[in-house]
Write a protein that binds this ligand. Sequence first.
Ligand code: GLV
Ligand code: MN
Ligand code: MN
Length: 414
Amino acid sequence: MNAPLADADLAAGRLLMAKLEAFAAFTDEPRRLTRLFLSQAHRRAALAFIAWCGEAGLQAKIDAAGNVVARYEGKRAGAPALMLGSHIDTVRDAGLYDGNYGALAALAVVEALSARAERLDHAIEIVAFGDEEGVRFRTTLTGSLALAGNYPEDALDQRDASGVSMREALIEFGGDPEHALLLRRKGVAAFVEAHIEQGPRLEAEGLPLGVVTAINGATRLEVGVDGVAGHAGATPMSLRRDALTAAAEMTLAIEERARREPDLVATVGRLEAWPGATNVIPGHVQFSIDIRAPADANRARAIADIEARISAIATARRVSASLVKTHEANAFACDPGIIAGLAKAVEAVGVSSRLLPSGAGHDTMAMGKLCPAGMLFVRCKGGVSHNPLESITVEDCAIGLKALIRFARDFRAS
Ligand code: GLV
Ligand code: MN
Ligand code: MN
């Protein structure tokens, strides 16, 4: 079921698509979209977002934690707010829509209301989080954790690969590290994040929209493997303590463990070897593990198994391995009231409401500790994400926006 869109809905969708395309110009790398937390490109994107908010009559600002925030008052000043938004940081070589869709769609909701001078019983607040991908620093979600009153204070001392601390980067960006700890919001009645699905289910079922029921729990680990660097020509194979071949075996063991269990996924997404020369046996390797599952107990069991396998491989290969947990988020159940409200809004715009879980992590997990929270998914081509080939249609972009506007109008702060 997919109702035809009115010309005005399509025009709003086209405008949103054009903004998403223009927004991709804010990148840290030429010819590909890379916008890491608190980078120059992130700051330029934040300022552009603020300027667009200004065009819609909103005074937006960068808050202490590096989020862009703005408020569209309801009929009564100071009324409880429905907060809408997503993140504007990206992975390296990203697509245009992950996060950016939800942040710019939130602004488009206010643009639609403001164009008609329409005020609701509640305020609408817009947020463009900056730290969802966790690519630059080890921690992630600091922006949404801050609004929920759970800012991880120790995150500020983390350093990026160039040695810049999050504290220094946040100050440079226009944030305020000391006040990030005090950002816990009052008066937010609910949070809703629109986002591309990043998976193939909606496309497979011929549906443009989905309503998220739950978000998989996730753990990130950093593994350091120490062997002995040596001469690639002069050291016999039997005498080597090669950190990279050990890490390779560990990576395959991680994959094998994850494959044994439906719905559990594990990824080694980054691996670096030192000293990194063709004629030197690698003496040190650092790699990341990302493990996710819908059930926290299954994830915990998998982590324990993986730790045991890494330790056994290290012993057999006469290297040492150390593991540090850098991120942990339990599975998150979306609020039943928000799920019902989003399902109603989706049906109201002429689409069957498909309920589905999210395999990817989202700021909604952190916001759910502050207030009822939920998510609207928009179909993406082939389920492809974290890839420049990410793609959505103008029609899906428009119908997602229409459903979000409908939800915002029908929302009642309890
Ligand atoms: C964010 O995109 C994540 O799920 O890692
Ligand atoms: Mn995202
Ligand atoms: Mn992402």
